[in-house]
Ligand binder design. Structure first.
Ligand code: ATP
Ligand code: MG
Length: 415
């Protein structure tokens, strides 16, 4: 008979168990705590969107749209795309679901995103993001609030010292246009020395050459004109208000005058929280103000700002969370005791005690498993105990054991 090959995972996807899964969920749990502290409402948006949601809002020339999207025709012939990020889908929902009535809307979500990239450390094809957005607020205080949210999340994860906030402004449209023209001139004069990728970006979007990952481009990028020379006074005032807010709240930041974001829709504030502990994949949180996006989707002019964070990248950096352990393991001896233990197990769990019981095994095996589980107590039930209406509660750390009335087992475990 032909051997059946067991299926392999899709390249760039992950399955997690144990510590890896615990790390992942520790990041999500911290995010949810901080989200609530900042008054961001939880939202859910689809994994699948019409392709136009991303191609229109992210910009046709971005890496994501031109090379990385999982786009396919569904059975009805519509072009759909697995979300490569959250912002565009949230903006789509803001328009199509009537969420405009709640503006300014502070929302947060997390989940899977998909990009067809070369998998490596900290880079996957299915990865997961935390996402926070404020839609319908053009005030610099909104920029400060999303940045403080990210900062507090990183502190909560114990990463306050390993991650730095790199901050830039991309100015208003007038600023950006003048800067773009100057960048074009600078890069065009050195086009022969640029990487093919950057030469490609020259005509379409010269600002994005600043984001080049080709080392050979870096000296040319370093000598490029900086935005400060082109800032309108309104744009400069806006940026000053953002940095003043950060300073007032005690958030450390560094100016990164060449920081631009991969997507085209950003204005004013752009930022990345970076670490040097993850090699090339050092950006853990990235975001900015995207006042042009909702218009690109056909909606009214709507200022907005937000960020996304890679859950896997954060999960790699945090201290391992303590493993989950039961508080008690039940050890029944014999059929009658097994029934009584099933009842006790249900009662303990209903009472909020993490309790476990093996499906089978003799006394010795069960006790070994109880010890290996890391539980604080074993609760032993035999015929003699049943008759007396008690269980032997054994402290697995000290080895001490005593008979406890069945209805008091919960208190004994908690003691
Ligand atoms: P990079 O420069 O690393 O490709 P990006 O600019 O494409 O990042 P964003 O679109 O800003 O990333 O996404 C926000 C965050 O999501 C990133 O800072 C990173 O933490 C995470 N991220 C992005 N792409 C991936 C991926 N393929 N695998 C894992 N995490 C990712
Ligand atoms: Mg990328």
């Amino acid at each position: 008979m032909a051997q059946i090959q067991t299926p392999q995972p899709v390249r760039g996807t992950q399955s997690m168990l144990g510590e890896e899964a615990d790390r992942f969920h520790a990041v999500v749990a911290a995010f949810d705590r901080v989200r609530r502290l900042f008054g961001f409402k939880r939202v859910e948006v689809p994994v699948l969107e019409p392709t136009a949601v991303f191609s229109r809002s992210l910009g046709e020339t971005t890496d994501v749209v031109s090379n990385e999207m999982y786009t396919f025709e569904d059975r009805g012939g519509d072009s759909v795309t697995l979300r490569p990020e959250f912002t565009a889908g949230i903006a789509r929902a803001y328009l199509s679901e009537g969420w405009q009535q709640y503006a300014p809307l502070k929302v947060a979500t997390h989940g899977a995103a998909f990009r067809y990239e070369r998998p490596q450390k900290g880079r996957f094809r299915q990865f997961h993001q935390l996402d926070a957005e404020i839609i319908g607020a053009g005030e610099p205080q909104a920029d400060v609030e999303v940045l403080l949210f990210a900062d507090q999340l990183l502190r909560e994860l114990g990463l306050g010292k390993t991650v730095v906030l790199k901050l830039n402004t991309l100015g208003d449209p007038a600023t950006r246009q003048a800067w773009r023209d100057a960048l074009y001139e600078h890069f065009n004069a050195r086009a022969a020395d640029l990487s093919p990728d950057s030469r490609d970006r020259l005509e379409r979007n010269p600002v994005r050459i600043l984001d080049s990952k080709a080392h050979g481009d870096w000296p040319i990028v370093d000598s490029a004109p900086v935005i400060d020379d082109f800032l309108t006074s309104e744009a400069a005032d806006f940026f000053a208000a953002v940095t003043a807010g950060l300073d007032a709240a005690g958030v450390r930041w560094e100016r990164a005058p060449r920081l631009v974001r991969g997507l085209d829709y950003y204005r004013h504030t752009a930022f990345e929280f970076m670490t040097d502990t993850l090699g090339a994949q050092g950006t853990v949180v990235a975001g900015g103000r995207y006042d042009g996006l909702i218009e690109a989707l056909g909606g009214p002019h709507t200022p907005a700002i937000g960020w996304a964070a890679g859950i896997e990248r954060l999960a790699m950096m945090i201290d391992a969370p303590p493993p989950e352990q039961p508080e008690a393991v039940l050890v029944p001896l014999g059929e009658a005791a097994e029934k009584a233990a099933t009842k006790l197990l249900a009662e303990l769990r209903r009472d909020g005690i993490a309790a476990d019981m093996a499906y089978r095994g003799n006394m010795k095996k069960r006790m070994q498993r109880a010890a290996a589980s890391g539980a604080g107590h074993a609760v032993i039930l035999g015929d003699a105990e049943l008759e007396a209406g008690v269980a032997q509660v054994k402290d697995l750390a000290t080895g001490e054991q005593r008979a406890v009335a069945l209805e008091l087992v919960n208190t004994a475990i908690r003691a």
